[in-house]
Design a protein around this ligand. Structure first.
Ligand code: ADP
Length: 319
């Protein structure tokens, strides 16, 4: 994107340290930054965050590398309103096939809203209206002819809090196959074993498949939910802060699992944890107040973002 397309406050930040800048106290503005902020305020020039708050139109900083892989999911000029309140503004991004893409941003910036749009969970909320395009492998997600039940088979979802059904471990995993009318015992057994293997849970539960899923630990329950989601062989797997209710060990197992699932599955994960985003994802999209701000390879976004605002957020100086 040429610099001329950007509003003034969005011009790429210089990566060279500002002469005289102090870096010793993270979070504290240097004298030069403070003076700059005062100058900009006096001149009526706000930062990008201020511009967004004022509803200024801008183009997100999208790194060209994100277009390298084919997209499993294409999101174009997507907008969403809860009643009269707009929560997503012109969001455009392609989610690459077989990769992990993280959505980050301060609480309330629309990460979960965007995630829920992919399997049309927001349809269940009164007063929600959307505009723009979303496509999964080229097929529209929105539109009067879309069968939402079929769509949800193509898009698996795992929530913050593990939510196994009150039934056996086995029945949880084969649930989607039963709904599809699969009755053949061998097919069900194979799908169960395959999915539990893929979710890294087989060794722990192979001798207790008939036990209630509710007797598993929180971390095991979350891996079971992932097994249940992948048993349906989804084209996209949505993870909405999947570790937020888990202890560090269970969190680390889920992160390892995400790494293992990569390639075979295309994963879109919401996380408020910067370290987690940097550990598990290939690409990261930074949202602010319902807008996409910057989208690029995770390493670049964390180490050399195009925008100073992204750097401030990922380094914890903002938000
Ligand atoms: P995040 O996941 O980034 O924390 P959300 O997607 O949950 O953000 O929320 C984005 C915005 O939409 C927030 O202002 C939130 O208050 C609003 N919002 C979320 N869910 C609803 C809802 N069911 N009804 C009305 N507003 C909502």
């Amino acid at each position: 994107m040429p610099d001329s397309d950007l509003i003034p406050s969005m011009k790429p930040k210089p990566h060279e340290p500002t002469p005289g800048a102090r870096t010793s106290r993270p979070g504290a503005a240097t004298p030069i930054e403070a003076a700059d902020a005062q100058h900009r305020k006096a001149a009526g020039v706000g930062g990008l965050f201020e511009a967004i708050s004022c509803g200024e139109v801008f183009k997100a900083a999208v790194h060209k590398e994100v277009h390298k892989d084919p997209s499993v999911l294409e999101i174009e000029d997507f907008k969403l309103w809860y009643g009269d309140t707009q929560a997503l503004f012109d969001v455009s991004l392609g989610i690459p096939q077989g990769k992990v893409t993280a959505l980050i941003g301060p609480s309330g910036c629309g990460k979960s809203t965007l995630l829920r749009c992919v399997n049309r969970m927001n349809d269940l909320i009164d007063g929600v209206r959307v505009d723009g395009e979303m496509r999964i492998n080229g097929d529209p997600i929105y539109g009067s002819r879309v069968d939402v039940i079929e769509l949800r088979k193509r898009v698996g979802m795992v929530f913050q809090k593990p939510n196994p059904f009150p039934m056996s471990i086995y029945e949880n995993v084969v649930y989607s196959l039963r709904i599809d009318g699969v009755r053949d015992r061998t097919s069900l057994d194979e799908a169960c074993e395959h999915s539990l293997h893929a979710a890294g849970l087989w060794e722990e539960v192979k001798d207790r498949l008939k036990e209630s899923a509710l007797r598993l630990s929180g971390g095991q329950q979350q891996r079971l939910c992932i097994a249940r989601a992948i048993a349906a062989e989804p084209e996209v797997l949505l993870l909405d802060e999947p570790c937020s209710a888990l202890d560090p060990i269970a969190t680390s197992r889920i992160e390892d699992l995400i790494e293992d699932l990569k390639g075979a599955y295309s994963i879109l994960i919401v996380t408020h944890n910067m370290q987690q985003a940097s550990r598990v994802s290939d690409h990261t999209a930074f949202l602010y107040l319902g807008r996409l701000v910057e989208y690029g390879p995770t390493e670049t976004l964390f180490l050399a973002p195009k925008l100073k605002e992204t750097e401030d957020y990922v380094t914890g100086r903002f938000g």
